[in-house]
Write a protein that binds this ligand. Structure first.
Ligand code: ZN
Length: 329
């Protein structure tokens, strides 16, 4: 309860202050409100894949959760469209990861002009790890000053002022996110409280089993130091005694010779054991570096795109566990 209570109470205050002005609104707005009230289940929108998976797991068969960022596209490359504002203008609940991942969201919510929209921040109460980028901001910009893609956002650019947002990749923090989503939905729609609780409990139990598997199977490779192009795994690494040395701001699919040098330098400096890329990336130069430096090369999935079935999380995470086991052997 603690984690969401402040967020919910702020939303409630906002809601009450808006009720007084509702009577002044147009007939069009009024008909939207009526439609929402006639439906027993709220219309729920999630921002992107992992939050969609967790929210759909809690909602179960009480309703369908919509997703703002297409599950087939990289969430960091998202650009809001007028259709997205429309989706939010019709919604009752918006569930976000928070910790600055959805930096576009406040402008989009303003655009949607939906005074009834209630928001759940799934990371409420989670203490963020500082983003790798936060420390090296100046340096990164200097090093890319002559980059041909200067001024363009790189594929994995992270400018998250609130710290690293990739908490869903830690099976323990994922449990906390599911519980926060459950509590938020119950507060908004108490009529479905029993279903939300039962569904969340089953999913949290699966996450606990996943955590046990990670603990057991990664214990023998504790201390393993890996390099990743995407600063997505510090929570996972910290949880299971591994070390991630992220090299952010390097696009895996169009890296420059200078980027390659940085990977080589970091691999030597940190005594890295493995080089982790993402599924779907095939780059001969990266393969060459891994063989030159005797680093194992594996793909690890940040689950920012994929399938929308809540069970997909476990499939992807077990794939990640196997990749880490092989990489760190
Ligand atoms: Zn990411």
């Amino acid at each position: 309860m603690y984690f969401y209570s402040s967020a919910i109470s702020k939303i409630k205050l906002l809601k009450y202050s808006l009720i007084a002005s509702l009577s002044c609104l147009s007939a069009i707005t009024f008909s939207t409100v009526t439609t929402a009230q006639n439906d027993s289940s709220p219309k729920i929108v999630s921002t992107f894949l992992p939050i969609h998976l967790f929210t759909q797991a809690v909602v179960g068969d009480t309703g369908e959760v919509e997703i703002l960022i297409s599950p087939g596209m990289g969430a960091h490359d998202y650009q809001a469209t007028p259709d997205d504002a429309k989706l939010l203008s019709d919604a009752d609940v918006l569930v976000e990861n928070g910790l600055g991942f959805e930096e576009f969201l406040s402008a989009l919510v303003d655009n949607a002009g939906n005074s009834n929209l209630q928001q759940i921040n799934a990371s409420e109460g989670i203490e963020a790890i500082e983003g790798e980028h936060d420390e090296h901001d100046e340096e990164e910009h200097d090093e890319h000053a002559h980059d041909e893609h200067e001024g363009e956002e790189h594929g994995h650019g992270h400018h998250h002022e609130e710290g690293n947002p990739h908490v869903w990749l830690d099976p323990v923090l994922a449990q906390q996110q599911v519980a926060t989503i459950r509590d938020g939905l119950i507060a908004i729609n108490p009529g479905n409280a029993d279903s939300y609780s039962t569904n969340a409990e089953a999913y949290i139990q699966q996450l606990q089993e996943l955590d046990s598997e990670f603990q057991q199977r990664l214990a023998p490779v504790a201390g393993c130091n890996f390099i990743t192009f995407h600063d997505a795994f510090p929570y996972l690494a910290q949880r299971y005694g591994l070390t991630q040395e992220a090299i952010v701001e390097i696009p895996e699919d169009r890296n420059s010779p200078k980027d390659i040098q940085r990977v080589q330098q970091a691999a030597r400096e940190y005594g890295a054991k493995a080089l982790l890329t993402e599924p779907g990336i095939e780059d001969k130069r990266i393969e060459q570096i891994s063989s030159d430096l005797n680093l194992s090369l594996e793909a690890i999935d940040p689950i920012e795109s994929g399938e929308t079935d809540p069970q997909y999380y476990f499939q992807a995470m077990r794939g990640n566990l196997e990749a880490l086991e092989r990489a760190c052997q």
